[in-house]
Design a protein around this ligand. Structure first.
Ligand SMILES: Nc1ncnc2c1ncn2[C@@H]1O[C@H](COP(=O)(O)OP(=O)(O)OP(=O)(O)O)[C@@H](O)[C@H]1O
Length: 315
């Protein structure tokens, strides 16, 4: 195995049941490769934060194991944690501290020697250098987020976790964050981020993992998954209700609504042929008259549902 494909993090069969009885993770296994950006995509409550928290040693697993460059996150916690920077979802900062102190303190927490030149580099990269003497409470929300990133990077981790890095952040700052993440990747940092936004995963990730209800449904190269996300549906409203689908239309796998007035056709926007032209011709051929046509991108939710169905249908 070359170093480019070696897993830096190995997650094996991780399960988490909280004291409340909620099972947030059901046997999650995943290898994270050196230098990649992997996005964990999933709806609220899917288990993303729980997964990150366990890898970073903030929460404990009920069963399973995580190693970071071979260091077990429980039995060899300090060595594993030293390799990781974590940017949490919640902004949790000391309001009265000047920016530079809070970042310096984070480095010290990991037992790294004081290095003001490195600190300056990190703060400059995050456009925080001018604000280094400002107290955290005086900063805007976007600036506070950058301080969180600076703190996570202060001990020069090889791996960076970003939990919903751009939730509630304006478009401009979101783009800046993406740029920053790309630069970190270029420097060799492995990056794991969670997000609700397909756009964010699309802009940044090499691979995408989809999590739903504590299960990792799929992990794929972005381009492969995006092909799936590229699915669209076309809803055809008919002039007259239809009792059942004519046999000639069977190949299109149309869904007929209960009232018989709407047909739904799913197609792949990235395919060379969508089949729409032929479908419309065949509808006319079958004597069906169309009142209206509407197309829509399948939503993330629908994709999750599709993935779940596939999962359940698997032997
Ligand atoms: N400390 C906790 N105690 C009990 N249940 C918890 C705790 N933290 C999370 N959960 C539950 O575990 C499940 C997974 O939550 P988690 O925060 O990991 O999801 P998430 O994918 O990060 O969601 P979001 O996108 O909303 O942050 C949810 O049902 C949540 O209510």
């Amino acid at each position: 195995m070359t170093s480019a494909t070696q897993p830096v993090i190995r997650i094996e069969n991780l399960t988490k049941t909280y004291a409340s009885g909620v099972t947030a993770l059901h046997g999650v296994s995943l290898d994270i490769l050196k230098g990649e950006i992997i996005a964990l995509l999933g709806p609220n409550g899917a288990g993303k934060t729980t997964l990150i928290s366990i890898i970073c040693g903030v929460a404990t697993a009920s069963s399973g194991r995580v190693t970071v460059k071979g260091h077990d996150t429980v039995t060899d916690y300090r060595a594993a944690r030293a390799l990781i920077g974590l940017v949490p979802q919640e902004i949790s900062l000391e309001p009265f501290e000047p920016v530079i102190n809070t970042v310096r303190f984070s480095r010290g927490l990991f037992g790294r020697p004081r290095d003001d030149a490195r600190l300056e580099e990190v703060l400059r990269a995050l456009s925080l250098w001018d604000k280094r003497h400002a107290r955290v409470m005086e900063l805007s929300g976007g600036m506070k987020r950058r301080v969180l990133i600076a703190k996570a990077l202060a001990h020069d981790p090889e791996i960076l976790f970003l939990d919903e890095p751009t939730a509630g952040v304006d478009v401009e700052l979101r783009k800046e964050m993406w740029e920053l993440v790309r630069e970190l990747k270029a420097q060799g940092t492995t990056i794991i981020l969670t997000t609700h936004y397909i756009e964010e995963a699309e802009a940044m990730a090499d691979r995408i993992g989809v999590i739903n209800r504590g299960r990792l449904l799929v992990v794929e190269e972005k381009t492969t998954l995006m092909r799936r996300l590229g699915k669209k549906r076309m809803v055809i409203e008919l002039q007259e209700p239809l009792a059942e689908l004519p046999g000639a239309l069977a190949p299109y796998r149309l869904e007929l609504s209960e009232d018989g007035r709407r047909l739904t056709y799913h197609y792949d926007t990235t395919a060379t042929r969508t089949g729409i032209t032929r479908l419309l011709a065949d509808l006319a051929g079958a004597g069906l008259r169309v009142r209206d046509i509407e197309t829509a991108q399948s939503s993330l939710e629908e994709i999750f549902v599709d993935l779940l169905r596939e999962e359940e249908a698997r032997p």
